[in-house]
Design a protein around this ligand. Structure first.
Ligand code: ADP
Ligand code: MG
Length: 327
């Protein structure tokens, strides 16, 4: 089972950022109002994610590290209607098979917290008492310490941290109601309070995507035929030489989709005669029954029941917004 775990770990755990992604998703699934991410040496040495969510009952702590142990799916119906981000019960087991993992947690009913540790193998079921407020802290040290071949594939500290930062950026853009902090080598890189007003949200997007983006973007918010599209699209005055700034969320999950990309590009091209990569942070809200988010395990893909309707709605909405402000 150990080898099987390590092989399967490759699917979820590619680099520090993939660990951060899984841990933050768990925190969000636990209803966290605040998530603190701390990494050292780009995450290769330490990744610590702390939340103020529901916590894990002491008796469930050893279970949480078992493969296919998930508290999120009880029946087949649940599988159809997954509202949570995780549901396969693989992340913690996979991570603990390639790193030193410690899980400290406390629920509201517990007087004290408890802690379990695992080190590149099936858990040491010993539970020890610990000090921790209600919520959970997961610490992952020495990623790939027991799989040197994989450790060799880690890039520089800076590159790995950039991936971690990108991961937190996506999560924080997707959950305005949650506070986030990000620290690297004891330095605070992001500190985001929960955003409640339009101004708060705009400020958060500015912190995450740069003031330059938000100052050169139009805000849109349109609703029609059961669909809502809102967010920010950059005007041609926004210039960005580095990587793409393209974030599209469907019901809170970041996705990459050809149909969506096509609709956006088409609107830009039509109005602005602009073939450069458009920059945007957009949120599409649709009836969950009309979209399948489980096409792929990493859930970056979606399938819309009526793709044509979604495409045309996005195209028309952006077309109108951009035409209104055309220079
Ligand atoms: P999944 O998220 O797919 O259920 P994971 O391996 O990521 O599987 O987590 C296993 C289980 O551990 C979860 O189902 C949940 O019950 C528990 N768990 C993990 N992280 C947290 C957390 N931060 N807060 C509360 N429960 C958690
Ligand atoms: Mg999970």
């Amino acid at each position: 089972p150990r080898l099987a775990n390590q092989i399967a770990a490759g699917e979820v755990v590619e680099r520090p950022a993939s660990v951060v992604k899984e841990l933050v998703e768990n925190a969000l699934d636990a209803g966290a109002g605040r998530v603190d991410v701390e990494v050292e040496q780009g995450g290769a040495k330490l990744i610590r994610v702390r939340d103020d969510g529901s916590g894990i009952p002491e008796s469930d702590l050893p279970l949480a590290l078992n493969r296919h142990a998930t508290s999120k799916i009880l029946t087949l119906d649940d599988l159809e209607a997954v509202g949570t981000l995780g549901f396969r019960g693989e992340a913690l087991a996979s991570i603990s098979s390639v790193a030193r993992l410690a899980l400290t947690s406390r629920t509201v009913d517990q007087e004290a917290a408890a802690r379990v540790e695992a080190e590149g193998r099936d858990m040491d079921a010993r539970i020890s008492p610990a000090a921790h407020p209600v919520g959970t802290t997961v610490e992952v040290r020495d990623l790939f310490f027991n799989t040197p071949a994989r450790r060799k594939f880690l890039r520089t500290e800076k590159t790995e941290f950039n991936h971690v930062e990108e991961c937190v950026r996506r999560q924080a853009l997707g959950r305005f109601d949650t506070g986030f902090t990000l620290r690297h080598n004891q330095k605070t890189v992001q500190s985001l309070r929960p955003a409640e007003s339009d101004l708060d949200r705009e400020r958060r997007v500015g912190s995450l995507c740069g003031r330059q983006f938000i100052d050169n973007a139009v805000m849109i918010d349109t609703e029609a035929t059961g669909l809502r599209l809102w967010g920010w699209v950059a005007l041609p005055t926004f210039s960005r030489s580095q990587a793409d700034l393209q974030y599209f969320f469907v019901n809170g999950r970041v996705i990459r989709d050809r149909l969506v990309a096509h609709a956006v590009r088409q609107a830009y091209r039509d109005v602005l005669y602009n073939n450069r990569h458009p920059a945007f942070v957009l949120y599409l809200e649709v009836d969950p029954a009309t979209v399948d988010v489980n096409v792929h395990p990493t859930k970056h893909e979606v399938r819309f029941r009526d793709g044509r309707l979604v495409h045309d709605f996005i195209f028309r909405t952006l077309h109108r917004a951009l035409a209104d402000v055309r220079p």
